[in-house]
Design a protein. Sequence first.
Length: 151
Amino acid sequence: MKTTLIFALFLFTSISFLSCTGQEEKIENKASVAVAKTSEIESSEAVQKDNEEALITFVELGSVNCIPCKQMQPVMKSIENKYGPQINVVFHDVWEEEGKKYSKKYSIRLIPTQVFLDRTGKEIFRHEGFFPEVEIDRFLQKQGLIAVSKS
C-alpha cells in the first residue's frame, strides 16, 4: 500500500513537472494582459510606476508554452478587469531571454508562480501553481480591494 502511494505521488509529480517543460512550438498569447519586458521593468518601483493608483501589483511568472500558465491567462485578464486601477497585472515569460532574470529575482521554483506586491514593491503573498480566480478574489478583498465590475 505504501509503495503504491509513493509510486502514485511520484507519477503525479512527474506528469505535473513535464506539463511545464519547454516546448519548441511557439503559441500566441491571446490574452491582452500587460506583458512586461526586461527593459521596461527593472525593479519593483518601476512596476508601481506602470499604474500609480494600484494598491497591489500581481506578478505572474510563467510561460506562454506551459499548460497551467495558459490557464492563468483568462484569470489574470478577469482580475485586471474586475479590480481596474486598484491592481497592476504583470506577466513575465521566464522561458524567454528577457524574462529569465525574473525567475532569479523572485526565486521561483516552478511555474506558474504568482507574486503579489504592495504599493512599495514589498512582496506580501506568493502562490505556486494554478491559482483559481475565487481564491485570488478572496486574497485581494482581504487586502482591501473592491471589485469594480463583475467580470
